[in-house]
Design a protein around this ligand. Structure first.
Ligand code: PLP
Length: 231
């Protein structure tokens, strides 16, 4: 293994340990999916992750995702999750590129994604992003708007409603935020029993997310380290 691959293996092992410990503490033995967020890191790191058994990876910018994943040798082994705020003019590209989109927060985006994912035999998995923050500067729909958005996704033949996603408010206590997300999820599942995914939890708050039922964790820094964004 290269030095970098060893570093990635160490970070991944530490995060997997944290997940096991948090699942045990929460009394959970249901499956949880680790999405490794590869933004700001090169295609070679993604190939190293795939070689270490990672199956799910996340990106938050359309252009970076498109360019990087064209250069990933093991792309066919990976499910690509789009987790960032999505402008409507990038939605067509993301609809074709991604396997899962976590950040759907308005009707126009639902319609654009649905139109450009043209094969109903291979629907795009969609999570509706919930804003847990009045400032809403990190995207997401207000909880009151979430049921109608979920209905819109579920009505499309080329999208598959999987559940909800949220980012904890910056600097706040993640526990009440993730508890609220869980409540919104419970409400959605009454109408959409298959919408069972809860995407919550990052490097700093994955334990809190697991306590509140997260099924998908989005972890970057704790595995790949910190690196200055080049733009
Ligand atoms: C970058 C990012 C993450 C990962 O955050 P880390 O703190 O690096 O683990 C998770 N979710 C979203 C939406 C992100 O943009």
């Amino acid at each position: 293994m290269t030095e970098r691959a060893t570093e990635i293996a160490t970070g991944l092992a530490q995060v997997r340990q944290r997940i096991v410990a948090a699942m045990t503490a929460a009394g959970r033995d249901d499956p949880v999916t680790l999405v490794v967020v590869t933004k700001h890191f090169p295609a070679a790191d993604v190939d190293a992750l795939a070689a270490l058994g990672v199956t799910d990876v996340g990106e938050n910018k359309e252009q970076e995702a498109r360019e990087k994943y064209a250069a990933v040798a093991r792309r066919a082994d990976l499910r690509l999750h789009f987790i960032g705020q999505l402008q409507s003019n990038k939605a067509a590209s993301v609809a074709r590129l991604a396997d899962v989109v976590h950040s759907v927060d308005r009707v126009k985006l639902v319609r654009t994604l649905a139109r450009h994912r043209d094969d109903p035999s291979d629907p795009l998995d969609v999570l509706v992003q919930v804003s847990l923050d009045d400032r809403a500067d990190r995207g997401g729909a207000a909880p009151a708007a979430v049921p109608a958005l979920c209905d819109e996704v579920a009505a499309s033949t080329t999208l598959r409603l999987r559940g909800l996603m949220a980012v904890a408010p910056r600097g706040g206590d993640p526990d009440p935020a993730f508890a609220r997300l869980r409540e919104v999820s419970d409400g959605i599942r009454a109408a959409h029993p298959d919408a069972t995914w809860i995407s919550a939890g990052m490097s700093g708050d994955l334990e809190a997310a697991i306590r509140h039922g997260a099924t998908h964790l989005r972890v970057g820094t704790a595995i790949l380290g910190t690196r200055l964004s080049l733009g």
